[in-house]
Design a protein around this ligand. Structure first.
Ligand code: GDP
Ligand code: MG
Length: 178
């Protein structure tokens, strides 16, 4: 029997880190320098043929305009089963904000068994060389362990690097908890 899952996944992180670009790349296979900043919440659906028995429908929730407040309403988080938390490797302040996003997530939503929802960390814009943050990257393994991320990936929405891999990692974790 084929099994079909619908998973609500949040894409969060500071303004300009590349959330919308990552979703567009992942779902629509395109990249553009300019996306209109729609105010509110936007959705995109990605269907994955996970294996012979399993179809995964990923509902990706984008945010626009509210990132500046560094937190979202509970309504936005409701029933989410996973999150991609994004920072921009060229801007250290966006990495510092990652913990704030993770805390907001953990405070506002948990799985039905009470556990935190799996979150994967994305170090985006890896196509732009940045010595400063590059030196931090070896420490990301430790950072993830200490802060409850299931893993991290260096991604580029521009060059389509590691976005599929990051999503796959997250879905694997979600299925393991399901
Ligand atoms: P959001 O505010 O988090 O949704 O960020 P956007 O997706 O709107 O991206 C902000 C800016 O960063 C845009 O000009 C994008 O073209 C650019 N951008 C996003 N991802 C990448 C990337 O991987 N590499 C580069 N070089 N630019 C990116
Ligand atoms: Mg956006």
């Amino acid at each position: 029997m084929e099994k079909e899952h619908l998973f609500k996944v949040l894409v969060i992180g500071d303004l300009g880190v590349g959330k919308t670009s990552i979703i567009k790349r992942y779902v629509h296979r395109i990249f553009s320098q300019h996306y209109r900043a729609t105010i509110g919440v936007d959705f995109a659906l990605k269907v994955l043929n996970w294996d012979n028995q399993t179809v995964v429908r990923l509902q990706l929730w984008d945010i626009a305009g509210q990132e500046r407040y560094g937190n979202m309403t509970r309504v936005y988080y409701r029933e989410a089963v996973g999150a991609l938390i994004v920072f921009d490797v060229t801007r250290a302040s966006t990495f510092e904000a990652v913990m704030k996003w993770k805390e907001d997530l953990d405070v506002k939503v948990t799985l039905s068994n009470g556990k935190p929802v799996p979150a994967v960390l994305l170090a985006n814009k890896s196509d732009q060389s940045s010595e400063g943050l590059r030196t931090q990257i070896p420490k990301l393994d430790t950072f993830c362990k200490e802060n409850g991320f299931v893993g991290w990936f260096e991604t580029s929405a521009k060059e389509n690097t590691n976005i599929d891999a990051a999503a796959k990692c997250l879905v694997g974790q979600i299925l393991a908890h399901d």
